[in-house]
Write a protein of this length. Structure first.
Length: 327
């Protein structure tokens, strides 16, 4: 069985972009792969987090994993900060990473743009992400398109380590969905939908009320035409909404175009909202049950124990190869 690893930051409320680009694939892959899924709280603190909010968001993201269909009997589900080997290998890989490589990362450029001071952790984030993946010798990493560049760096670091210290790490492959790899903001189709966007109308949160979802979609920016046509170059806003529709309904882009031929954006948006609600409402119901039941802490504890076993083996090997003395 191929091994899969991925994670999501508890840096805000999970969005429909996180669901379509990542979580939906996590759920599908657990049936045919050995899966490790983390909530990457160490990554979340690369931008300032209020402690109470971080705690709440970490619990919420973990509960959404389960509510979306991740099964702790099939996948190892844990918090990154519960497995200290992430930070340990992260440091070792940081020492192998070149400044120039980190400077080229578009996520760093986007997140640091216009800021007077930026934490060093935001800069070295990709080395920690490489450690997350390489600790488990993952073969496949399901991510949205925005993480592709980080994954390429992970591959480079794995090669670099293997060349310098001898064959150690599996070189991971990205697993990026064909449609929906980059869900864009509802207010600006040139930016990806992002949970840390201060404009609430720019994203659909997985926990948004159905009434809020309907309102956000009805207000989503479109062009001044009326043709429901997938054309990312000339109609980026409508194409983004078609991607969301296709993902939520299972219909192809061609089927959706045919369905709304000559009807304008009104009926299309109305139906789109219902498709999104139909996907998110059952997840929301399970989410509230899980939060009430208190089962989350046991799941995360057991997941961390399982993950740490594997992670410790890797760190031990890496330390030996790099020349650290054994205890
Ligand atoms: N808009 C998106 N479309 C498709 N996939 C997306 N992902 C994120 N946004 C979209 C995928 O979700 C996973 C988790 O991402 P993350 O939390 O580690 O960080 P991110 O990519 O930076 O996501 P956000 O929502 O934009 O978070 P903030 O605002 O905190 O930076 C990844 O697999 C990502 O590809």
């Amino acid at each position: 069985m191929k091994r899969v690893l991925s994670g999501i930051q508890p840096s805000g409320q999970l969005t429909l972009g996180n669901y379509i680009g990542a979580l939906k694939n996590f759920v599908e892959m657990q049936h045919s792969h050995e899966c490790y899924y983390m909530v990457v709280d160490l990554h979340a603190i690369t931008v300032p987090q209020e402690p109470a909010a971080l705690r709440e968001q970490t619990e919420a993201v973990s509960a959404l994993y389960i509510a979306s269909g991740l099964d702790p009997a099939k996948a190892t589900i844990f918090l990154q900060s519960h497995v200290h080997q992430h930070a340990e290998l992260g440091w070792m890989l940081t020492t192998l990473t070149y400044m120039g490589e980190l400077e080229r990362m578009t996520q760093f450029k986007d997140k640091s743009a216009g800021k007077e001071s930026v934490g060093a952790g935001l800069f070295t984030y990709p080395s920690l992400m490489a450690a997350d993946i390489l600790l488990y010798n993952a073969d496949l990493v399901p991510v949205g398109d925005d993480q592709k560049q980080h994954l390429e760096l992970t591959r480079d670091l794995a090669h670099r380590f293997n060349q310098r210290f001898g064959d150690t790490f599996t070189i991971p492959e990205p697993y990026i969905p064909k449609v929906g790899a980059r869900i864009m903001s509802l207010d600006d189709a040139s930016k990806k939908m992002s949970k840390s966007n201060p404009n609430q109308g720019s994203f659909i949160a997985m926990l948004d009320d159905p009434a809020v979802i309907r309102k956000k979609i009805s207000r989503a920016v479109t062009d001044s035409g009326r043709e429901v046509k997938y054309d990312p170059q000339n109609k980026p806003e409508v194409s983004n909404l078609i991607s969301i529709y296709a993902n939520c309904s299972g219909k192809s882009v061609a089927e959706i175009e045919a369905l709304y031929d000559g009807q304008g954006y009104g009926p299309f948006k109305k139906d789109l909202a219902e498709q999104v609600v139909a996907v998110l409402e059952p997840i929301q119901q399970r989410y509230h049950e899980i939060r009430k039941s208190g089962e989350l802490y046991d799941i995360l504890r057991q997941g961390a124990e399982r993950a740490a076993e594997q992670a410790e083996k890797t760190v031990k090997t890496v330390k030996e190869k790099m020349g650290f003395l054994a205890r």
